[in-house]
Design a protein around this ligand. Sequence first.
Ligand code: ADP
Length: 635
Amino acid sequence: MSEKEILNFEAETKQILNLMVHSIYTHKEIFLRELISNGSDALDKARFESITKSDKYKNIDDLKILIEVDSEARTIKITDNGIGMTREEVVQNIGSIARSGTKLFLENLEKNKDKKEGGIDLIGQFGVGFYSAFMVSDKITIETRSVESEVGIKWESIGDGTYSIEDIDRSIEKRGTEITLEIKKMDSEDAESDYVDIYVLQRLIKKYSDYVNYPIVMNMPKIKEKDDDKEEFELKTVNSMVSIWQKNKSNVTKEEYNEFYKAHFHDYQEPFEVIHSKVEGVLEYTALLFLPRKSQFNFLSPDNERGLELYSKNVFIMDKCKDLIPEYLRFVKGLVDSPDFSLNISREILQHTNQLKKIASNIEKKILDLLQNTLKKDRAKYEEFYGEFGESIKVGIYSDFTQKEKLQNLLLFKTSNDKDKYSTLAEYKDRMKEGQDFIYYSGGASIESIERLPHMEGIRAKGYEVLYFTDRVDEFMVSVMRDFEGTQLRSISHGKIEETKEGEEKVIDAKTTDVLTAMKEALGEDKIFDVVESDRLESSAVCLVSKDDGLTFNMAKVLAESGNNVLGMKAERILEVNTKHGLFDKIRGEYEENKASPLFKEYSELFYDQACILEGLPLDDPTLFAKRMSDLMIK
Ligand code: ADP
């Protein structure tokens, strides 16, 4: 056996511990829920492992969690006969925080520390697993035995930054984990929150862990037959073990759904919506789905895998079953229970993809219908959802063309009609002007920066409305979507904003064309694809547009920022010149006076640089630009 070692918690763990011990005053009671949930996970794992390693796992039909209280010694002991832990696992799982979500949570906490609601109170409600036990304990001891190890392991800590770990004798019959909490002395005489009391614990188990799929057993007083019988105790199962999803919808209250969601999916907020659906027939399953209210901190991180839990007749089969939910709906939490799957298929689940696919497609439909309905019946509520997860809908259009029709009706945009209010595409279409052939949009980092674009001038003059695309995915989504119910979407910074109608072709006088061609030559092909006369500018002298079929500047910027532009794609630049502008008269005068004038090239460069600045693009040579400006001013 190896010696007792004293080890340090890793830095983040210390931070969490510190918060647990010193800063949290509310919701301490969730520690029990967290430990029971860990125990229940450990039992799931044991059950699962026992399928392939039946020789190692005995008593697999008697999986349970036992809770013992000693109010004299002020201890609570929570014992499971689950999977247990080896020495390495204890160090890995208990000594450090493996979950990237927890790290992000900590960072977020740091950012929100000065805010009233954020921060510390939040962590109490959230619960950070095992460590939450330090909110109520002076000292925690773990004794555990895994069938993969020759010995038992004892772990101890007072939550001060170090822990001790040593090998102990613990027979294989005592497989699993036993956690002993030395409960802190209470400051007040508040009996409700003194945890070393069977009735207090019973209430907490009922409240948070009633549905847990294994018996949670406690030594409770026997019901006396006669008043003067002496007090006797017996082991009783405290939880009802009926999973909430197996109950009839009408027998489950909103509070029960909410409590289940919070405890099971580790969210401190109530869900935005619940879908509880039972399907019978050829395909038989129950789905319990939750749309969260807030996106999780690590929502878009690849660590945060998508997937629903899969159960078969109440027995857990697997976490994060990807095939049950499309990628773009990865924020949805929930589970599916179907008798058609059995425990030992989980590794060969692929054989059942057809069944899974059908369930998945039903689920997707349910969710989209619910959203459509909410949009129709409760706009404010839908907008709240959209503010949080709208990007997912857009990713759905971009990545899963099959749902385009449904998804595009769920889109909302702020528009030039009212920059503070969301519009659907259908509402935009209703407002379209006579003779307007396109739905116009413009991409940019913010509404303000879009409104400042010179391209807006002509559109405004025509009275056309513009959708504001401020999400990174917006323009990429449109490149897939192309039209909405037969009307094309068109960027205001693409080549042409309107098709030239027959008989309306514009005649540009030859002299102007000469000047524009000369400007194009002066600037060179590297900088510019073309220089043309603009019909969209009112007060600005120039603007840049991109070629009709290519990337827009905003798309190129997004690609560059995300480091995704492996092909080095860029937006082809076209310089549009307002030939009615005084500045153009100036450059034209210069050209006509002396076609080889060095000043003409300088002016052309200044035009181009100005257009870049207006578009928010970096200048090739800012120093040179500044010099040209000052030279001009001195003249
Ligand atoms: P979480 O449960 O969210 O992963 P915890 O901090 O509560 O986070 O637990 C960390 C890890 O410690 C668990 O993922 C699990 O691997 C291990 N663990 C905790 N409690 C037990 C237990 N009773 N039996 C076996 N392993 C456990």
